[in-house]
Design a protein around this ligand. Sequence first.
Ligand SMILES: Cc1ncc(COP(=O)(O)O)c(C=O)c1O
Length: 380
Amino acid sequence: MAKLMHPPQAQSAKSIPIAKPLISDEDKRAVMEVLDSGMLVAGRQVADFEQAFARYLGAREAVATSSGTSALQVALEAAGIGRGDAVVTTPFTFVATGNAILYVGARPVFVDVDPRSYNINPQAVADAVEREHARAILCVHLYGLACDMAALGEIAHRTGALLIEDCAQAHGAQYAGKKVGTFGQAGVFSFYPSKNMTTGEGGMIVTNDPALAERARVLVNVGQRGGAEYLYDAIGYNYRMTNMAGAMGRTQLTHLDSWNKARRDHAARYTAAFASLPWLVPPVEPPGYFHVYNQYTVRVPQGRAQFLNYLSEHRIGRRVYYPHLVPQSPAYQQLGFRGSYPVAERLTAEVVSLPVHPGLSSEDVNRILDVVARFPGARE
Ligand SMILES: Cc1ncc(COP(=O)(O)O)c(C=O)c1O
């Protein structure tokens, strides 16, 4: 391995962050209006955002929540998943996917992922659903690429398992011309600042099932139905979205398509240039898929640690999503989770996400291309 030098330009160059929310004057005005009104919760802003988001996806209903995590929990509970139910999911995801299954008293059944898409492997899902008599599949459209929804839809149809989509990283992503979040019983989104659009903290459940939407609304609002005052139909939660978040979501949503286009343009430049680098594996966008690149994640099978250091020296933001599998966290180990996931385990040792957010200038992308191409530790 060549010794990594600090070229003079590395110290003087500005740093490029891995993620950066774009906040417009319109967002600020919308939030200020709410603050000035004094109506901080339960206002029209949240309902407006819900309707606009449902319309954007082509879903019947949307229910806003306080976070993607609370949205996952409520979606599972509103779909009727509870104590003892097996839910098949991926180990290569953010921990909230697994946690939400545990919150409702259900049992996550982790299965390995596909080596090209990094999403859950449909054959492994089919085997696990049958073996465990699973009630549901909770698929995750990782990094902004849809799962194989034809295969997962077929498994759900054949076995009767429910299909819930974790779309926290995939606002606007499509499979066969249809937006993710609309394939199964419910889709769940996060509006955390690193996502394709943000409300600070926030989440959304979308569904075509009005009864599921109604149960979700009750659960999010402490178990209270509609106008019923201090009478509760369920042991609910306070998982409501604030009016500030709702107002911001409404204005952010108007930019989502153009931001996704910018992400896709940056990604296309990376992928074209990286084709000539034999030591790096770029992400795929198979035919029929519309990737929205919440992350642009490459694999570096040899020398990842050096590559991470090298990017840092050049002040280029980079992250490993994820260095550990969910069931390998101590909290899961203490609950007795074991199992081996060879493909996902290999990914934890090889993946590196590079900046791809819409705040990047063309010069930023050029600099990233240039720095990556000159990685001295490159191995064939
Ligand atoms: C795949 C996935 N699921 C769930 C979540 C949870 O969302 P939140 O952070 O809004 O609770 C996130 C993001 O943070 C995520 O990336």
